[in-house]
Ligand binder design. Structure first.
Ligand code: URA
Length: 238
C-alpha cells in the first residue's frame, strides 16, 4: 500500500518545505477524506485517500528529480532535431523515466539544470510567482560598472521596453570582471541581456543554485545524480 506521511506528501509535491508542510497540515487548509488531519505525521494512502489543500485535490505520483551540471553546447530539452539535448546525455535507464528539464539554460550556459518527471513540480519551480532565486556566476568581457548593483536592484529596463524584476548583482572580485547575479524569473537569455544592457557582455555563464539547492561541486560538466527528498525540498527554500 502506498502509505506516506502527510507532511512528506506536501513537500514531495513541491508545495512547501517539510517544516512549512507540517504547519500547513495543521492550519485547517488540508482535508483527508473530508476531515482535518489529527497530526501532520498521519499516514495517508496516496492511491485511495482523498487529500485536498484549500479544496483542491492533490494527486501524488512518484517524483524523480536529477541535478545535472549541464555542459556547454547541450540544449535544455527532451528532443531536438539538431542539437544534443540534456536527456540525450543521460543513461538509458534515466531516459526511460519520462524526464524533462524543469526550467531552461541556454545552449551556451553551463551549470545546474534540474531534470524531472513531475510537471506540477516543474510548474511550481518556474512560475514567476514562486520567487525562487536562481544564482549565476558570469565572466564578463568588460568590468561591471559601478552603478550596476543599483540598476539591478531597481529592476533593469531594456531599450525595447522589456522590464526585469529587481535582481542582485555582486562583484565577485575587485576586477569586477567576475560577478554573481541572482534573479527570480527566467526570461529568455535574461542574465546575458541584463548584463549587456549595463555595458558588460557575458563571456561565460554558469548557474550555481536554484533556491537553497546548490550545484554539487563533485559533478563535472555532463554529469548528473538523483536528488533525495530533502534536496528536492531545498529548491523551495528562500
Ligand atoms: N540567463 C541567461 O542569459 N541564460 C541562461 O541560460 C539563464 C539565465
Amino acid at each position: 500500500m502506498p502509505l506516506m506521511r502527510l507532511d512528506k506528501l506536501l513537500s514531495q509535491l513541491g508545495l512547501a518545505t517539510r517544516s512549512e508542510s507540517r504547519a500547513i497540515c495543521m492550519s485547517g487548509r488540508v482535508r483527508v477524506n473530508g476531515s482535518p488531519p489529527r497530526t501532520y505525521s498521519e499516514k495517508v494512502n496516496t492511491d485511495l485517500d482523498s487529500i485536498t489543500l484549500d479544496g483542491k485535490t492533490l494527486i501524488y505520483k512518484q517524483t524523480r528529480v536529477f541535478m545535472m551540471n549541464k555542459p556547454e553546447g547541450v540544449v535544455s530539452a527532451r528532443t531536438d532535431g539538431r542539437d544534443l539535448t540534456a536527456l540525450d546525455i543521460m543513461d538509458e535507464t534515466c531516459r526511460r523515466l519520462g524526464l524533462f528539464p524543469a526550467g531552461r539554460l541556454d545552449k551556451r550556459t553551463t551549470g545546474l539544470l534540474l531534470m524531472t518527471n513531475d510537471g506540477d513540480l516543474t510548474h511550481n519551480i518556474i512560475m514567476p510567482s514562486s520567487g525562487i532565486v536562481k544564482k549565476y556566476s558570469a565572466k564578463l568581457l568588460s568590468p561591471l560598472p559601478i552603478n550596476a548593483e543599483r540598476l539591478f536592484a531597481e529592476g533593469i529596463v531594456l531599450s525595447d521596453g522589456t522590464r526585469f524584476k529587481p535582481a542582485l548583482a555582486e562583484a565577485a572580485d575587485s576586477t569586477r570582471m567576475n560577478v554573481y547575479v541572482s534573479v527570480t524569473e527566467g526570461k529568455y537569455h535574461q542574465v546575458r541581456r541584463m548584463l549587456k544592457s549595463v555595458g558588460s557582455p557575458v563571456a561565460d555563464l554558469k548557474r550555481l543554485s536554484i533556491g537553497g539547492l546548490v550545484l554539487d561541486p563533485a559533478l563535472s560538466p555532463g554529469e548528473y545524480r538523483e536528488l533525495d527528498e530533502q534536496e528536492i525540498s531545498r529548491i523551495f527554500e528562500k
